[in-house]
Design a protein around this ligand. Structure first.
Ligand code: MG
Length: 381
């Protein structure tokens, strides 16, 4: 029987690669619904190819450009309302940023299995997401390449046998630069990732290592290990996607060419595997694999992420919200590259921790973090 897929965030990098995976396996998957924010041209094209039952967009949609009989949702909460209506086997959450938290909670309430590419919603949602998962009996499968690697490596032993999770980080384009040299990097330098082709925000987060910081917290949320059991290793080739070290000293590593279609496909076919459109990895001496320590004192993004995770409450939301706002300010040319981590640090130092026990508390923390980022900008001017 075919698995029905609901794809929230169909037009971004993960969304279009999910469509590639669905397209490669017409015998395995059918598209139940597609949602986007505003890139309706891509949505119309995908809908006319895949014939979903539902489509959703934040902006108005023209039914004449969709296959006859398609049910249309539009408006700011369109994805959430579609998720509540559609009874999918797998819901892929590929919406970017904090904005994915409400659709995630809607998908948990109404879905069975959620393949999650969005890390911000897990970072901010914390205990609220856990409570919803157990109340509604839904399961989360990671799409993020590092978390998929850990998820797969964890299947080789028992939880109490795990010594630590080892997240690998490419280090981004500036891994070999000193802190002083980071002052002069340009936007195009920052968006030139050495190994992965991704959306603009996550590429910037890879350059600042904020992405790895978010992944430290994401790994803790997904697998329920504390900060002391999660470490980071720089691996510039992005061939080893992450590892799990067991108590006997064995390290299980997950390797492939960097291609997001692989973890996307695994989340869609789990617990089975099938042929993939990805190029196989050939290990040979012309492509050595290197590993370097990632010192949290040198990479402030990692230190701040560990601190936010240990503090918990609203601090992971503050870490994320300030980073999302700092990225906007950087893309608008209003702050420099090296200011991004100072901006996040300012927010973490000026906002007092509180419990993140409701959606309202989390939303308030997210707003406070963005205001703090703007205050940081005003103080600089
Ligand atoms: Mg990742």
């Amino acid at each position: 029987m075919k698995r029905s897929v609901l794809l929230l965030g169909c037009t971004g990098s993960i969304g279009t690669q999910t469509v590639d995976v669905i397209r490669a396996h017409p015998d395995r998957f059918e598209t139940l619904g597609l949602s986007c924010r505003s890139d309706v041209e891509t949505l119309y094209r995908q809908a006319n190819e895949l014939h979903p039952k539902f489509v959703a967009a934040e902006v108005p949609l023209d039914p004449a450009r969709l296959p006859e009989g398609t049910l249309v949702f539009s408006g700011p909460d369109a994805a959430e309302r579609m998720a509540a209506e559609a009874d999918a086997d797998v819901t892929v959450l590929a919406i970017s940023g904090y904005a994915a938290l409400r659709p995630l909670l809607a998908a948990i309430r109404h879905g069975r299995r959620i393949a999650i590419a969005n890390k911000e919603s897990l970072v901010c949602g914390g205990a609220l997401v856990d409570a919803a998962l157990s109340a509604y009996g839904a399961e989360l499968l990671p799409i993020d390449s590092e978390q998929s690697a850990i998820f797969q490596a964890l299947q080789n032993g028992r939880r109490e046998e795990v010594k630590r999770l080892i997240l690998t980080a490419s280090g981004g384009p500036f891994f070999r630069k000193t802190r002083g040299e980071l002052k002069d990097v340009t936007l195009s330098d920052a968006l030139n990732h050495p190994t992965w082709k991704m959306g603009r925000k996550i590429t910037l987060d890879s350059a600042t290592l904020m992405n790895k910081g978010l992944e430290i917290i994401e790994a803790s949320r997904l697998f329920h290990f504390d900060a002391e059991h999660i470490s980071v290793l720089i691996h510039p080739q992005s061939i080893v996607h992450s590892m799990v070290e067991y108590c006997d000293g064995t390290i299980m590593a997950n390797m492939s060419k960097p291609d997001m279609r692989l973890p996307i496909q695994y989340a869609l076919t789990y617990p089975l595997r099938t042929e993939s459109p990805c190029e196989p990895l050939k290990l040979d001496l012309t492509h050595p694999l290197e590993f370097y320590p990632a010192d949290p004192e040198r990479f402030h993004a990692l230190r701040m992420a560990y601190d936010a995770l240990r503090a918990d409450g609203i601090m992971p939301t503050v870490f994320n919200g300030a980073n999302e706002r700092a990225a906007e300010l950087y893309f608008d040319g209003r702050i420099g590259f090296a200011d991004i981590e100072d901006c996040v640090e300012y927010a973490l130092n000026t906002i007092e921790n509180r419990p993140a026990d409701s959606l309202e508390a989390i939303a308030a923390a997210d707003r406070a973090a963005r205001y703090a980022a703007d205050r940081f900008l005003n103080r600089k001017q």
